[in-house]
Design a protein around this ligand. Structure first.
Ligand code: ADP
Ligand code: MG
Length: 687
């Protein structure tokens, strides 16, 4: 039976109702059969027809319906990759890029990096002239625009996971809309797990005048069309807690054990917030299981978060052996980006890690914050993939109904905009406030970003990129503050050291999780600890690693993450190449840490803090916004509390904590950024 086609001419909305499922029973099925059973398969022809005839197609469908893995393959089969053209599919998360591309390569029976490839920052697994389907982060596609503003090598760009409204997705959508005016042959697919499609559709709506003009040529229709893919999710029973829980990690672990004891077979997916609490939960659950002895055997416990080594990622996707039960403890990456087969039970903590920015205090940090109702529904939906499931929400029903917000806030409205502004400037978009945003950022945040970029010497009085500094900073694929630090290291003669620091700061952590031995880890860290602070400590670890002959043994003994160090070597190599290309002199300062700290200050002066006079508990105030902050316990400067410090990032739990901290001399601040500090004399200079 063919899908029904209801054409609503007025709104330009097409809707295809689902035909009865033609599922072909149980038992083993080949890859081809598996593919044909996915909900999008029934829409293959309509999807290809719409992409052919419309410039922009918006596809909405439940997670797991096959949007990400199948649509690029359909496009390729229909010839969109002929003649050396490439089909792109963007994802907000790198881990999703890797997992999905390796799945698609497997389905097509090709080696990853050939016909199917991927690119994430610092890792390019594609081959020019060979790769037809390319998965990449939306951030990488933005960067590609710097070399090829019209993205000419792509025939179709699928912007996936648009409902997430990541900052790069939003910028990308604004730019793609511009590109489409210049390149009407470019096809866009915007795919989303939720029906926020209407707002996307009006964003891509073209003017009436334009439509009239279009009537005269034979190109695609410029107005967007929406296709809704009907999923086949099963019913999910929702359970709430009676009383609010005080410790969601503990509570998640108890819930998992309860499910394991009382419920029939089926895998469990637990949503926590980040590596820290996931590691804690894995450890707690492992201990509980060991304590209980036999009764809890048959439980495989797996973490899932970005930065996990490849082999561990793959375990998560491996089918669970008969008679066993898998528990995956994940960040919200498993909410819509990745689909795990076999999940029947979901435990939802109700929280995720979110970025928040306050333009008044000029502070951005990652906060564990409540999710929205839309997220909660997505999470619950993960339990109904294979059969009716259950979702255990670790919050009360009253809370869900009355207090949870309906939708999340787009990331662009809760982020520091420094990176965003420099990217747009580098692409020649000068009127940033007038840019066509899917959701407008706040003018205050914009002003703050312009101010910082001006102080970094990246923008001039007319808010144009300075030459050469502004262009050089824009070329480095890192945060402008890090890029500026690298640029300054060229003049200060310590670029080799600063590039190492930049590489280490761009991965999550070089330490292994404590393996239950926090005290030991702290002692080991002391071997490398430098009185100047964490950045110099990193240099000591790196030196030790090189001296050991890059030995994994050495890493194990020193609680250093071997995979992370290998990654650091790779990133470092790439950064050196970029640095050379833009004219940075590669030079080592041979142990002169003063210049290293000055270079850090040149990039991060905006993050300077001063220890409160008479403070006995390590209370610092930020110079700019007078916000109360503390040194994170993981820092080598914890309890040392130098008078003046600069931090790399903030994390907020019970207090605001500075991560990766270095001590500085306050006179460097006015030297590095006179404009920034001239009106606000740092408080200590008064006493
Ligand atoms: P959507 O993008 O609509 O959420 P996907 O295309 O990601 O759906 O997934 C479609 C199907 O492919 C799912 O049933 C999922 O189980 C399967 N799949 C996706 N990635 C993998 C993987 N890495 N390993 C095994 N199966 C996968
Ligand atoms: Mg997907």
């Amino acid at each position: 039976e063919k899908p029904r086609l209801l054409d609503d001419e007025e709104g330009g909305v097409l809707f295809f109702g689902a035909s009865p499922s033609t599922s072909s029973g149980y038992g083993y099925s080949s890859m081809e059969r598996q593919k044909q059973r996915l909900p999008v398969y029934k829409y293959r022809t309509p999807i290809l027809y719409l992409v052919e005839t419309h410039a922009t197609t918006i596809i909405v469908g439940e997670t797991g319906s096959g949007k990400t893995t199948q649509i690029p393959q359909y496009l390729k089969e229909a010839g969109w990759a002929d003649g050396g053209r490439v089909i792109a599919c963007t994802q907000p998360r790198r881990l999703a890029v890797q997992a999905v591309s390796s799945r698609v390569a497997e389905e097509m029976g090709v080696k990853l990096g050939e016909e199917v490839g991927y690119t994430i920052r610092f890792e390019d697994l594609t081959k020019n002239g060979v790769t037809m389907i390319k998965f990449l982060t939306d951030g990488v596609l933005l960067r590609e625009m710097m070399d090829d503003p019209l993205l000419t090598k792509y025939s179709v760009i699928m912007v996936d996971e648009a409902h997430e409204r990541s900052i790069s997705t939003d910028i990308l959508l604004g730019l793609l809309k511009k590109i489409q005016r210049r390149r009407p042959e470019l096809r866009l697919i915007i795919s989303s797990a939720t029906i926020e499609a209407k707002s996307m559709s009006s964003f891509f709506q073209t003017s009436k005048r334009r439509r009239e003009m279009e009537g005269k040529n034979l190109g695609p229709r410029m107005d967007p069309v929406i296709l809704s893919v009907e999923g086949r999710g099963f019913n999910v029973q929702i359970h709430y807690v009676e009383e609010p829980v005080s410790n969601y990690i503990q509570s998640a672990v108890s819930t998992v054990l309860l499910v394991h004891d009382q419920e029939p077979m089926g895998d469990i997916l637990v949503f926590l917030t980040g590596q820290d609490d996931i590691d804690a939960a894995v450890q707690l659950l492992t201990e509980e299981v060991q304590n209980r002895g036999k009764s809890s055997s048959g439980l495989t416990i797996l973490p899932l978060y970005s930065g996990l080594p490849r082999a561990e990622q793959e375990l998560v996707f491996a089918p669970t052996p008969r008679g066993k039960r898998k528990v995956v403890i994940s960040t919200n990456i498993a909410e819509t980006s990745l689909t795990l087969e076999g999940i029947v039970y979901v435990v939802d903590s109700g929280f995720s890690k979110q970025r928040f920015y306050n333009p008044i205090s000029d502070i951005e940090n990652l906060v564990v914050a409540p999710i929205s109702k839309a997220s909660a529904r997505q999470r619950a939906g993960r339990a109904g993939r294979v059969r009716p499931g259950k979702c255990y929400r670790l919050y009360t029903e009253e809370y869900f109904v009355n207090e949870m917000s309906a939708e999340g806030i787009p990331e662009i409205q809760r982020s520091n905009l420094v990176s965003c502004v420099i990217q747009l400037k580098a692409l020649g978009i000068d009127n940033i406030l007038g840019f066509d945003w899917p959701a407008s950022p706040s003018p205050e945040a914009m002003v703050r970003a312009l101010e910082v970029l001006y102080s970094l010497g990246v923008l001039d009085d007319d808010a144009k990129l300075t030459s050469p500094a502004g262009f050089q900073v824009a070329e480095i694929p890192l945060d402008p503050m890090i890029a500026k630090m690298i640029l300054s290291s060229s003049q200060l003669g310590c670029s080799e050291e600063i590039i190492t620091i930049a590489a280490i700061l761009s991965i999550q952590s070089i330490w292994v999780s404590s393996r239950g031995a926090q005290k030991e880890l702290d002692e080991v860290k002391l071997r490398f600890a430098a009185s100047e602070g964490d950045h110099v400590t990193f240099l000591n670890v790196y030196k030790g690693f090189l001296q050991s002959g890059k030995s994994s043994q050495w890493c194990y003994k020193n609680f250093v993450n071997y995979h992370a160090m290998k990654k650091v070597l790779e990133i470092r190599e790439q950064l050196r190449r970029t640095a050379q290309r833009i004219g940075i002199v590669l030079k080592s300062c041979e142990g002169d840490m003063l210049v290293v700290r000055k270079a850090i200050t040149a990039g991060f002066f905006a993050n300077a803090c001063h220890l409160e006079a008479y403070s006995h508990n390590g209370k610092y105030k930020t110079i700019r916004g007078s916000q109360e902050v503390y040194i994170h316990p993981s820092s080598v400067l914890f309890r040392v509390n130098p008078k003046w410090v600069i931090y790399h990032s903030l994390v907020s739990t019970d207090k605001q904590y500075m991560r990766n901290v270095i001590s500085i001399d306050p006179s460097w601040l006015t030297e590095a950024a006179p404009h920034f500090y001239q009106h606000q004399r740092p408080p200590s200079m008064l006493h």
